[in-house]
Design a binder for this molecule. Sequence first.
Ligand code: CP3
Length: 402
Amino acid sequence: MGDIGAANRSRPFATIGVMNFAPLKNDCFLRACLGEATDFTPVWLMRQAGRYLPEYCATRAKAGSFLGLAMNVDYATEVTLQPLERFPLDAAILFSDILTVPGAMGLGLSFEAGEGPRFARPLRDEAAINGLAAPDLDQLRYVFDAVASIRRELNGRVPLIGFAGSPWTLACYMVEGGSTADYRQIKSMLYARPDLLHRILSVNADSVAQYLNAQIDAGAQAVMLFDSWGGALADGAFQTFSLAYSARVFAQLKRVGPDGQVVPRIIFTKGGGLWLADMCNLVCDVLGVDWTVNLAAARDLLARNLQQQTAAPGAPVASGAATPTALQGNLDPAVLFASPEVIRSEVRRVLDGFATLSGAPGALRPAHVFNLGHGVNRLTPPDHVACLVDEVHAWSRHLRGA
Ligand code: CP3
């Protein structure tokens, strides 16, 4: 840690306040998010820190519980870095959970072993919903402290992604009280009392925006919204109850961090492939897609959209453009249960699919961030993840003729 100070003394752009982190050595992920050309395709994985890693299970056992792990700055730092010690990933993601925000709103969050999250006081009546308010960010200080601690420990190796749940996905847990198979409570509210759901979503959107801005202030170099349950909505309802509130979050986000660098904004909507054209209107940089999406078609859609946003064909897209410049995804996580040969060929299939861009020569080319279409399954062999990461780097360099 002693060398961070030395590195920073020669840093050209001093950061404000106490934040003074080492310069970034690998900016491939950040560049791809902003649609810039890179030497290879950057890769990171949703749930890259988790139970498939024996070292994660060991740290979790020491911490006693999932929340004990996530709320302790040293443990959160340790598990965030674990996958990076094993694999040459191009980004780190803060170790935390989307449900910390409703937890801090006083809903009584717990994680029962083997049962997933539970809220002791789910939102079921009008009085509770009217009383809902954005949390005091001081209650989430442990998250911002973890962000700063991870940045220090990363020492500029790769960028750090901060994250939050989308207003809709958080509302699902807040109203259902936990995970749900049928969304009965929240969808009953959506159709019977949409005014109540709109109130929850408004509070969530403003809370999430404040929360992400505080993560940016603490050192997060990209931010991601997880709309894990957007795909459960009907067409029309998705636009009204999920997309509109994600847009409300993005509208409030800081564009640059304290170091003056642009902070890319990512949204992942599980099951959102049918609505990619709607999502192209979001003021964000990266659309995360699951394995049901045809990457070549999605890339063409983004390219057409980019073309319409720039005056001259072939002109560079100004960073900060109000249109997504990259796609993130989308290997089926179940591929990681197959043999190394199959994993490598499926990785190549995803990379080749993205590389196939039809349309006019000189068309704007959105960039690709490799990821899974959802989180790493807990029964995944870690060696298979190593194989995936290696193939993404090797084949994407090969495709660029390197
Ligand atoms: O990706 C990462 O490595 C960062 C860490 C991270 C976690 N949760 C850690 C976690 C992130 C980004 C999340 C986001 C999250 N949490 C989402 C959105 C992404 C998605 O998967 O769709 C959702 C829906 C949640 C809510 C949540 N948290 C559930 C439903 C569960 C239980 C499911 C399970 O796998 O047991 C959690 C717990 C949780 N969050 C675990 C981890 C590693 C497992 C807890 C444990 O160690 O027992």
